[in-house]
Design a protein around this ligand. Structure first.
Ligand code: IMP
Ligand code: MG
Length: 180
């Protein structure tokens, strides 16, 4: 089994690039059928989702669609709010639009729930979520996920945009942590 060491941890091959591509292809086919004519705005959540977003967006087969890139910035709020994660980098007016959030992975669902709430305040027509990966056993929030690529066990993974402490994003396949 192919292995890779990142920092202090060992990872082993878990999902091949070919498998990821075929799953993304199926997600794109569904979107091509369901979103054509809606002029959707795809929103790639940086950093982790850039590879998934590229693989997916090049398979969207109608030109009336846009993509933009946003990030969650943590800053310490006042005493009542604690740490706040604010969505930054969104320059488009999303009022009345179909927004498709592109996430690399939904784990507890806290991040995507937060993003959805912030976007909904901007009065879009609808906010749809597409995630390449989902850890169903880790979910803590009741989130509505419209497009889900692959459901995986609750183990730490890297590759295809996902990192372990900054490294591993460039791995073409997805690797799962080796449990000692
Ligand atoms: P959530 O808020 O718990 O759903 O976490 C979502 C975010 O945590 C993702 O966008 C990833 O950046 C990160 N994340 C969750 N699981 C993993 C993993 O297994 N490997 C790398 N990053 C992960
Ligand atoms: Mg992420």
């Amino acid at each position: 089994m192919k292995r890779v060491k990142i920092h202090d941890k060992e990872f082993e091959l878990f999902i091949s690039h070919e498998k990821i591509q075929s799953v993304v292809e199926q997600m794109a086919e569904k979107m091509n059928a369901e979103l054509v004519g809606k002029n959707p705005l795809f929103l790639c959540i940086l950093n982790g989702s850039f590879m998934f977003a590229a693989e997916l967006f090049k398979r969207i087969n109608f030109v009336e669609s846009e993509i933009s890139f946003v990030k969650l910035a943590s800053y310490v709020g006042d005493q009542t709010t604690g740490t706040v994660k604010e969505l930054i980098g969104l320059n488009e007016d999303i009022e009345g639009r179909t927004v498709v959030v592109l996430e690399d992975i939904v784990d507890t669902g806290i991040t995507i729930d937060n993003i959805q709430q912030q976007l909904k305040r901007m009065n879009p027509k609808e906010v749809l979520v597409a995630t390449m990966l989902l850890k169903p056993d880790a979910l803590k929030k009741d989130v509505d996920l419209k497009y889900v690529g692959i459901e995986i066990p609750n183990d730490f993974i890297v590759g295809c945009g996902l990192d372990y402490d900054g490294h591993g994003r460039n791995l073409i396949d997805i690797y799962s942590i080796v449990k000692e």
